[in-house]
Design a protein around this ligand. Structure first.
Ligand code: CU
Length: 113
């Protein structure tokens, strides 16, 4: 009886450890984009032009502190073409931009309220 309890306790402890490691790995694997987008600061901008075919957007933007860039009008690549469906020309927006493989990329964008 004593031995049986010991084995059960050991098995429970082992199962608990494996489960904890698996769930942590799963979480990281499922949310890498969300994690990096949340970490990027948002900048103010205004949509000048949208190119859905090329997956690009022209923004007149304010200073982008994380890229050390002053305000200007320029073309960005978007991380996900679906982002372009949520904005239109003339919209005032808040967006997050980052350098992805050397390309200035909008990782998140939304119409400013
Ligand atoms: Cu710029």
């Amino acid at each position: 009886m004593k031995l049986h309890s010991l084995i059960t306790a050991a098995a429970l402890a082992l199962t608990g450890t494996v489960f904890a490691q698996t769930s942590t790995a799963d979480h990281a694997a499922h949310h890498p984009a969300a994690a990096s987008a949340a970490a990027a600061p948002t900048s103010d901008g205004e949509v000048r032009k949208i190119d859905k075919e090329q997956g690009k957007v022209t923004l007149k933007h304010g200073p982008i502190t994380n890229l050390d860039m002053p305000g200007m009008t320029m073309v960005f690549t978007v991380a996900n073409p679906k982002l372009l469906g949520t904005i239109k020309q003339g919209d005032k927006v808040k967006f997050a931009a980052d350098k992805v493989n050397g390309v200035l990329t909008v990782t998140a964008i939304e119409v400013a309220k």
